[in-house]
Design a protein around this ligand. Structure first.
Ligand code: BES
Ligand code: ZN
Ligand code: ZN
Length: 478
């Protein structure tokens, strides 16, 4: 499916269907009001109707804000895909909404087909945006082209992340993730370094090595770098890449294990972000680090009661092998901070079920020391299409991860506030210099869905990609 912008009025663009977004108010004024009322269409958000004879697709919107339009565009594409039309066109938007519409069409149009022997036949080939606004006046072309192309790159990168996360643990192993990263580096002109086996031992990454030890697929640390000549800032992105999380010896119950292929979503999000920043040519140096490993069981498995020495020298008492993501991140965060001096360090991880309990499955949990940075992130990303909520640190919760026999324990002594205690564990691996420049994003709830919502279809969502790119763009000084 191709989505593009034509510098032409709507009436001269050839396409079988024209898309109209109608609110309750605009429905009253519409030429199609009577015909639509016969179908029962009342312009409720995300309700959909095709007037086949007139070549009109309508979708209800609560208002003409970006969230409502993004979701409506996704509804249109999800529905039109099952008909036999080949092209859609639209003109009904303002410049500030073009990105939301492009995202809605591209992300709503995604479905995971890799393992289906018969792929769905989709006749729809083109979505064409006209250079006209609501009143038929042309929009400022260069601004429109920029917004359109940026959104296309970002939404495509989010779909790339989704495709990788959706792949099965037998196909997407730590080694495959490294191959994918190398391919991306070759295609997009990035530097790529992979650490495995003895290289990880030389770095004394005992925590990450222990997590991956019982798997036939050995751990890999991936480092991608995008280094433009005109860099104004430097940002480090770190992702949890557990290609499967069985829980290890603290084995997950059968039903909780299903979907744990998604435990690599943080790492795959970092791959998507690296793809987007390089295609957008952002004037920001960006480093992506991924800890790729598989949490499994055999005679060599790490155990509850083990004490591990992390790369930064801190000792960790293991009390639950299912709290493995923080162990991998401990070493990768330490390595990333030693390798690159950056202005910000963000990590992305499907880290805790507790985050989902705290915020629900639609909102990513944001945790860190700096309220200033939290506000900056919330402000910059409020129109990114992703929801974020901040969970606060406090010294009482910090005490819960104290250990009687090592420097720190990998799980808290009390069950509440699990998303925060996990982030406070990570804090032990952030240097003093980076404390206020670090933010942790728990995407356990948002990375994967088994029922469609907003622009998402069944499976991975690409959580993290859009909001991070939106934030990076906000750092650029023109
Ligand atoms: N990968 C899981 C977290 C998770 C749970 C992600 C559900 C997505 C959906 C993580 O490694 C884990 O198992 N965390 C434990 C931590 C506990 C042992 C302290 C959890 O959340 O139960
Ligand atoms: Zn786990
Ligand atoms: Zn995990």
């Amino acid at each position: 499916m191709n989505i593009y912008l034509k510098n032409e009025p709507l009436s001269v663009i050839e396409a079988e269907l024209t898309v109209l977004f109608l609110s309750k108010e605009t429905l009253e004024l519409s030429n199609y009001r009577e015909r639509l009322s016969k179908t029962g269409f009342k312009a409720e958000q995300d309700t959909f109707c095709i007037l086949h004879g007139s070549g009109i697709v309508v979708c209800g919107v609560e208002n003409y804000g970006s969230s409502a339009l993004r979701s409506a565009a996704a509804t249109v594409i999800k529905n039109v895909k099952s008909f036999e039309y080949s092209a859609l066109k639209l003109s009904q938007y303002y410049l500030k909404n073009v990105a939301a519409l492009v995202e809605g069409f591209i992300m709503g149009g995604y479905s995971f087909e890799m393992y289906k022997s018969e792929k769905k036949k989709i006749t729809l080939k083109e979505i064409i945006f006209s250079n006209e606004n609501f009143n038929g006046d042309p929009l400022e072309l260069s601004a429109l082209i920029k917004a359109f192309n940026t959104a296309k790159i970002v939404a495509t990168a989010a779909n790339y992340t989704r495709e990788l996360v959706n792949m099965t643990p037998q196909d997407m192993t730590p080694n495959t993730m490294a191959v994918v990263a190398q391919d991306l580096a070759d295609t997009n002109g990035l530097d790529c370094t992979i650490l495995r086996d003895t290289a990880l031992e030389e770095e004394r990454m005992e925590a990450m090595i222990a997590v991956g030890r019982a798997s036939i697929h050995k751990p890999h640390l991936i480092h991608l770098a995008y280094k433009p000549d005109n860099a104004q800032k430097c940002v480090t992105l770190v992702g949890k890449g557990l290609t499967y999380d069985s829980g290890g010896l603290s084995l997950k119950p059968a039903t909780s294990m299903v979907t744990m292929k998604m435990d690599k979503a943080g790492g795959c999000a970092v791959l998507g972000m690296m793809k987007a920043v390089s295609e957008l040519n952002l004037p920001i140096e960006v480093h992506g680090f991924i800890g790729a490993a598989e949490n499994m069981i055999d005679g060599s498995a790490y155990k509850p009661d083990d004490v591990l020495k992390a790369r930064n020298g801190k000792t960790i008492e293991v009390r639950n092998t299912d709290a493995e993501g923080r162990l991998v991140l401990a070493d990768v965060l330490s390595y990333a901070q030693d390798k690159v001096k950056s202005d910000f360090i963000f990590d992305y991880a499907t880290l805790t079920g507790a985050c989902m309990v705290a915020l629900g499955p639609y909102t990513t949990g944001m945790m860190g020391h700096s309220n200033h940075l939290k506000h900056k992130l919330l402000k910059a990303t409020s129109h990114s299409g992703e929801l974020m909520g901040s969970l606060p640190f406090n010294d009482h919760l910090k005490k819960l991860i104290k250990s009687d026999i090592a420097d720190i324990c990998n799980v808290a002594s009390k069950p509440y506030g699990g998303a925060i205690t996990a982030a406070l564990f990570l804090d032990n691996f952030i240097t003093d210099e980076m404390k206020d420049k670090w933010m942790h994003f728990d995407i356990a709830g948002t990375a994967y869905t088994e029922s469609a919502w907003d622009v998402y279809t069944h499976g991975a969502t690409g959580a993290g990609v859009r909001m991070t790119i939106t934030f990076l763009e906000s750092l650029i000084e023109e």
